[in-house]
Write a protein that binds this ligand. Structure first.
Ligand code: S3P
Length: 203
């Protein structure tokens, strides 16, 4: 077989094996604002051939308001409670790639739901990369009151030890999305979480 054809075959069998190994479970992307969860998640879902859902968009649809409006009108606690419910609903209704908001995985119940119904992938990124990316848009209420870099650094210190509980860690950086997607696919392919025959978490 020619090299190109062999490569295509290998890729197709990697994709099929990931899809089968997942069964009804989801791939759940976690990480700080600006880590690329939505953009990379969408591409990853397309590559595997399963649906993509962005939890923040679903929260906005459920509330009929933007995230900024929810924070401004009802406060963060209200947002977090809606976030937890929406993620639980999504993770118990079929396999998909799910991009979560940066604070979602900090909730203990959500971490349990993710562990029960999904494989978690932390898109880990350096502070400068994140700050550069979030500065392009003004849609993140947590970054509105103060210096975005200092706020991101504080969130990083608080959250990275918890994000570290994720099943898989991939470095998000200024590289083509396809490169990061390929790294996630390789990590999933080699993961014992996907090789158990009954699609449950490996003991
Ligand atoms: C938040 C991250 C946001 C959104 C909300 C709160 C956070 O999502 O859920 O503004 O606590 O880090 P992204 O991580 O998709 O920006």
């Amino acid at each position: 077989m020619r090299t190109d054809a062999r490569k295509r075959n290998n890729k197709a069998s990697r994709t099929a094996s990931i899809r089968e190994g997942l069964g009804q479970r989801s791939i759940v992307l976690i990480g700080l604002m600006g880590a690329g969860k939505t953009a990379i998640g969408r591409r990853l879902a397309h590559e595997i051939g399963i649906p993509f859902t962005d939890a923040d968009s679903e929260i906005e649809i459920a509330a009929g308001q933007s995230i900024s409006e929810i924070f401004a009108e009802h406060g963060e606690a209200y947002f977090r409670s809606g976030e937890r419910k929406v993620i639980e609903r999504l993770l118990t209704s079929g396999g998909r790639v799910l991009a979560t908001g940066g604070g979602a995985y900090m909730n203990e119940e959500t971490r349990k739901t993710v562990a029960d119904h999904g494989v978690s992938v932390w898109l880990k990124a350096d502070l400068d990369v994140l700050v550069q990316r979030v500065s392009r848009r003004d849609n993140r209420p947590l970054l509105k009151d103060g210096d975005p870099k200092a706020i991101m650094k504080k969130l990083m210190d608080e959250r990275y030890p918890i994000y570290a509980q994720a099943d898989i860690v991939v470095q998000s950086r200024n590289a083509p999305h396809d490169t990061i997607v390929n790294e996630i696919m390789n990590a999933l392919y080699g993961s014992p979480l996907l090789s158990s025959p009954n699609n449950k978490r490996a003991e």
